[in-house]
Design a protein around this ligand. Structure first.
Ligand code: GDP
Length: 458
């Protein structure tokens, strides 16, 4: 049993029970009807009373699901009452006295997995779906929940299992020199599976972007207007805006969704050649570190202070070790710039480097800036089409890496004419790694580490 809606005051609170006694325990509090005689997928309005004190607890609606046609495949009852912590506590205390126990984090989903209603990748998608906050991350999680990813893996695995079985059979024949598994066919299949798995691994980079956002570092000289820009993008005053150079010392991270892509903006301390004091020197060093982790760099500068050559030199310095990092130059303080200054950058923009001209302070040019950001991201291949399978989970990516390695070892072994025993062992490892993703191969530790990350009540 658990509260499945967020705690605190709300219109509704849903307490969920799962297990063979769920209906009996609910009936002990419920005023009307013989719940035990009701079919599944029905709802019942009535009063909940404490069976010992007979105090009325709440007017509720009880939804009944009978196993196996339920989330966990067990009998499930969902009691929707009024969203008050006090009422919920009273109801749960009364249910506990009737023999219910509190669910652990993710226990309903874990039971769904253990009963075979969901495989492991699907169960993990439940958590992703709850956390999804953009159209793309939602779409990817939903595809995984519906089993798209699992089906693809199971298909690959099933074909490998056939060969593995033939290899095992050869081992059973021991001394006799028989070959049941066609080596050429196995080689071809391995190459194909390895290709698919490598493709899934590549999609992880994109999956990471979809799930965690595109890390976009905002850098530039002090007073260029970086904090003002971040505020304008966030449409709220989060960063500290000050007129004294070099005062943004902490990193401020925030997320903005543009056209269903999530950008995680990181504002940095201003970059200066000769930082005035030690604290700022540390800030500058950390800025460079952050740029190293960025998927995209927004270089912000003051249009009234720098020439195109200055900007180019700054960008070249910032990205010296990161030649492939996409950079968008943002010329700020459009409102103060002279026509000659603007003309210089417009010409530069048309010839060399894309520059977005904005006024962060007056919130001008922000739509063009957003369009340019999207252009950079799409150009860098960071935005997917959302149709093919995308790996978003670190655990899955690790397992795929292990699988690729072992598949490679089998192929190598085939090429070198290694004995069946070695081939079979590597193939077993590869199969185990693929099976770990969907939970065909799992351990208690693995399950615990996955499900304890869930919220209680799911
Ligand atoms: P940072 O050091 O790069 O983070 O710069 P800030 O965002 O703190 O801005 C420095 C100063 O420039 C502040 O006084 C801002 O109000 C001002 N500022 C920022 N954007 C604009 C703009 O578009 N036009 C004008 N006129 N001033 C701006």
């Amino acid at each position: 049993m658990a509260l499945s809606t967020p705690p605190g005051a709300g219109a509704l609170a849903v307490v969920r029970l799962s297990g063979p006694d769920a209906i009996r325990i609910t009936q002990a509090l419920f005023s009307k009807k013989n719940l035990a005689a009701q079919p599944g997928h029905t709802v019942h309005y009535g009063t909940l009373r404490d069976p010992e004190s007979h105090v009325v607890l709440d007017e509720v609606v009880v939804a009944l699901y009978r196993g196996p046609r339920s989330y966990t495949r067990e009998d499930v009852v969902e009691i929707s009452g009024h969203g008050s912590d006090f009422i919920v506590r009273q109801i749960m205390a009364a249910l506990l006295r009737q023999g219910a126990r509190l669910a652990e984090a993710g226990e309903f989903t874990k039971r769904a997995f253990l009963s075979g209603a969901l495989d492991l990748a699907q169960a993990e998608a439940v958590a992703d779906l709850i956390a999804a906050d953009s159209a793309l991350s939602h779409q990817v999680a939903l595809n995984q929940l519906r089993g798209g990813f699992s089906d693809e893996l199971r298909g690959l695995r099933a074909r490998l299992v056939q060969f593995a079985a033939l290899l095992e059979l050869e081992l059973d024949f021991g001394e006799e020199d028989v070959e049941f598994a066609d080596r050429t066919g196995l080689g071809r299949l391995l190459a194909e599976v390895q290709g698919v798995v490598a493709g899934l691994l590549r999609s992880f980079e994109l999956g990471n972007v979809i799930k965690n956002g595109i890390t976009t570092v905002i850098a530039g000289r002090p007073n260029a207007g970086k904090s003002t820009l971040l505020n304008a993008l966030l449409r709220e005053e989060r960063a500290i805006v000050s007129a004294t150079p070099g005062t943004t010392r902490d990193f401020i991270e925030d997320e903005v969704t543009i056209d269903s892509l999530r950008f995680r903006f990181v504002d940095t301390a201003g970059l200066r050649d000769n930082p005035a004091d030690e604290v700022e020197a540390i800030g500058v060093r950390r800025t460079r570190e952050r740029i190293g982790q960025a998927a995209l760099l927004l270089y912000v500068f003051d249009l009234t202070e720098l020439t195109p050559a200055d900007v180019q030199a700054d960008i070249a310095e910032l990205t010296a070790t990161l030649p492939s990092l996409p950079v968008l130059a943002v010329g700020n303080k459009l409102d103060l710039a002279t026509p000659a200054q603007l003309a210089a950058f417009r010409e530069w923009d048309s010839k060399r480097q894309e520059v977005a001209l904005i006024s962060a302070g007056q919130r001008r040019g922000l739509e063009e800036l957003q369009a340019a950001l999207l252009g950079q991201v799409r150009g860098a291949g960071l935005a997917g089409t959302g149709t093919s399978t995308i790996v978003t989970n670190v655990r899955h990516a690790r397992a795929l890496e292990v699988a690729v390695q072992h598949l490679g070892a089998v192929r190598e072994g085939l090429g070198l004419g290694r004995g069946t025993e070695l081939l079979a062992a590597d193939l077993r490892h590869a199969l185990a790694a693929l099976g770990e993703i969907t939970g065909e191969v799992s351990s208690d530790d693995l399950l615990t580490s996955i499900f304890t990350q869930f919220c209680i009540g799911k």
